[in-house]
Ligand binder design. Structure first.
Ligand SMILES: [Zn+2]
Ligand SMILES: [Zn+2]
Length: 393
């Protein structure tokens, strides 16, 4: 696959920093870009790196209340401003408005590249802040760049946009932004809300029944789900609903916190399973959307051992030049990790030796994964004219 690819990046994106001890530390993005660069992923002749400009008010108010924008602006001087700001999850920091607007601007820039045809795939690893709501910060997210980019695409006349969220947490903010809108299908695969923030994302959340029934699909997986189980569940739900919906563009939130070492969640994927998931999304973008694929980052709190490898694989996948999993990690990158005083042991290889194969779902399966799959298929498939119990659907 030979596509023009845009990687949105500027070191200014590191300004989205919630404080030294906060899990969403921007060093994860810095280490990712350095690893990708060190492995030659950014120097392919089809790859362009573009610096974003901040999203203006007209863009941000596509999905956020003006009063909330004002609160974000005022918060550094008045931390008791409310709107979910100034909490342990969403601490106030200097320059918060500008840093958050820059992330959103990056995702809109990526969307614009696809819309104009300048690129077939575009990625903003600083984006994917999927928990932010219309009038509140939530889950480390101030402005919902994913929702802003989708709303901008709707304004350009797209009628069917699919959003697939593979972050370990439910993509609640994006789902909420488009719950009433049949033009946007949101699909989220996550750890069950019974055991994880934000406590939503049950299969029975399927879109506003009056206005947009079937426009949300939720696949809630049991704690401990590994590569094979995750891929089996993905395969049993996502391709079918996407094919039925026939999107014009695919937006993916590629949070990598489903990793087995992630400190905030309890799924058990390896880098190898995550890489396979990104490949599956890439194939769907070509099969269904003439390649139009907007990839965003998201969660991921294994700052050293997970995020840099997972998203280097993601960028390489977009660029059509996948990194061989057996590739050794450059010593200079490892030295940099040590020099920064980061506690985690730097990885040596781009693989964890995970098994990224899976057996296809069948309706008679009775594992916890299969029961989760069936619950989602029964809640959602009828809206797409699909048979929940027929494994061919
Ligand atoms: Zn491609
Ligand atoms: Zn997450």
């Amino acid at each position: 696959m030979s596509d023009a690819v845009v990687v949105v990046w500027d070191d200014a994106l590191l300004g989205y920093t919630l404080g030294g001890d906060h899990p969403l530390h921007p060093v994860r993005l810095d280490l990712t870009m350095r690893l990708a660069d060190g492995l030659g992923v950014l120097s392919g002749d089809r790859v362009r790196v573009l610096a974003p400009t901040p999203a203006d008010e007209a863009l941000l108010t596509l999905v956020h209340d003006p009063a909330y924008l004002e609160a974000v602006r005022r918060a550094p001087a008045d931390p008791s401003v409310g709107h979910g700001l100034g909490t342990p999850d969403n601490p106030v920091f200097d320059g918060m408005y500008d840093a958050s607007a820059l992330v959103a601007g990056g995702s809109v820039l990526a969307a614009r590249q696809l819309h104009t045809g300048a690129a077939q795939h575009a990625v903003n690893i600083a984006g994917g802040l999927h928990h932010a709501m219309r009038g509140t910060a939530s889950g480390f997210c101030v402005f919902n760049d994913a929702a802003v980019a989708i709303a901008w695409l709707l304004d350009q006349g797209y009628e069917r946009i699919a959003y697939v969220d593979v972050d370990v947490h439910h993509g609640d903010g994006v789902q909420a932004a488009f719950y009433d809108d049949p033009r946007v299908l949101t699909v989220s695969i996550h750890q069950t809300p019974l055991t994880l923030f934000p406590g939503t994302g049950y299969p029975e959340e399927t879109g506003n029944p009056e206005k947009a029934s079937g426009s949300a699909v939720n696949l809630a997986l049991p704690n401990g789900t590994d590569d094979s189980g995750w891929l089996r569940a993905f395969d049993a739900v996502v391709p079918s609903v996407l094919r039925a919906f026939a999107p014009q563009i695919l937006v993916t939130q590629c949070g990598c916190d489903a990793h087995h070492e992630d400190p905030l969640a309890d799924l058990a994927l390896t880098i190898d399973g995550q890489r396979a998931g990104y490949r599956a999304l890439h194939e769907l973008a070509h099969e269904l959307c003439e390649g139009r694929w907007l990839a965003l980052g998201g969660g991921g709190y294994g700052l050293v051992r997970c995020v840099p490898r997972a998203w280097t694989h993601l960028i390489a996948e977009l660029a059509g030049a996948p990194v061989d999993p057996r590739t050794e990690i450059p010593q200079s990158w490892r030295d940099d990790v040590v020099r920064r005083g980061l506690r985690a042991r730097p990885p040596t290889s781009m693989t964890e030796g995970g098994y990224a194969g899976f057996a296809r779902w069948d309706a008679l399966g009775d594992s916890r994964i299969d029961r989760a799959v069936l619950r989602t298929r029964r809640a959602s498939f009828p809206y797409f004219g699909l048979d929940p119990d027929d494994p061919r659907d």
